[in-house]
Design a binder for this molecule. Sequence first.
Ligand SMILES: NC(=O)C1=CN([C@@H]2O[C@H](COP(=O)(O)OP(=O)(O)OC[C@H]3O[C@@H](n4cnc5c(N)ncnc54)[C@H](O)[C@@H]3O)[C@@H](O)[C@H]2O)C=CC1
Ligand SMILES: O=C([O-])CC(=O)C(=O)O
Length: 311
Amino acid sequence: MSKVTVVGAGNVGATCANVLVTRNVADEVVLIDIKEGLSEGKAMDIMQTANLLHVNTHMTGVTNDYEKTKDSDIVVITSGIPRKPGMTREELIGVNAGIVKSVMENVLKYSKNPIIICVANPMDTLTYLIHKTSGLPKNRIIGMGGALDSSRFKYFLSLALNANPNEIEGMVIGGHGDTTMIPLVRYAAYRGVPATEFLPKEQLEKVAADTMVGGATLTSLLGTSAWMAPGAAAAELVRAVLHDEKRVIPCSALVEGEYGESDICIGVPCLLGRNGIEKIVELSLNEEEKALFKKSAEAVRKTNGALAAAL
Ligand SMILES: NC(=O)C1=CN([C@@H]2O[C@H](COP(=O)(O)OP(=O)(O)OC[C@H]3O[C@@H](n4cnc5c(N)ncnc54)[C@H](O)[C@@H]3O)[C@@H](O)[C@H]2O)C=CC1
Ligand SMILES: O=C([O-])CC(=O)C(=O)O
């Protein structure tokens, strides 16, 4: 029996839970929030799709009762405020660091060795906070950013190529920030053929730029940050781990020398399986990509430096 807890029943948490349930990813899903009745309502609404969508997963919603999350295999942390138009993700640290820290304390009272997937922003820094405070081994702490950013990259590439996003390969590494993420244009491909064969440099640069501000663009359109693709991306990580898929997906991971960095969590390609991050895959980067990665790491490190004041 597999059990997944999703903390935060807002836009991203409820969407993630909905994908987990309606795609039968786990046997049991628990949705938990501090807002009285919210998780119960969302769980009831989702479970009322069960016979329409042929669902086998069982889902419950609870208000702040962590005992119900007991023995979770995976805990997805979406509790935290989202940004509003004009804000950066980094500005959320003051509120969200405290939320994530207290949520983790509650989670660990009832689940001894869960795999954590951190979604709340600023995600790389909050993933690092979990490393610093939880005592969990590094392979069990995963930050969700690159899965989403890569999906957006493939979407923008599909528009430029007038192609199906499912036939496109593409990966975004680095920090999950408007200026820190690194769409790896050189590695992008359509049906195995490098995208550079199909699109001129300027168009590829625009695809990369649109990807980087993908979250900000949606925030200004929606008035709050996105949730459909973020919820699906978090569920995708759950599936890769729970089903031991051994897929390489970029995630925020604690680096210890990989890509020339240490003591930060940052987006790198990760082999995901039942033990969480089973390996960090080191791609060979050219000088320009290495410089971008270094700059990205410096920015993430700077946000990490604001953690102490935020707690
Ligand atoms: N890493 C990524 O790629 C993405 C990250 N995000 C981040 O995810 C977070 C959630 O975004 P949304 O769902 O849109 O926000 P939301 O406001 O719709 O939902 C957040 C939920 O967290 C709950 N919450 C707050 N404190 C809590 C606590 N101590 N315990 C349990 N629940 C608590 C709130 O009651 C609310 O229901 C934000 O920080 C956002 O920036 C959003 C999209 C993508
Ligand atoms: O843009 C935001 O603040 C939420 C997020 O991380 C994303 O959608 O990429």
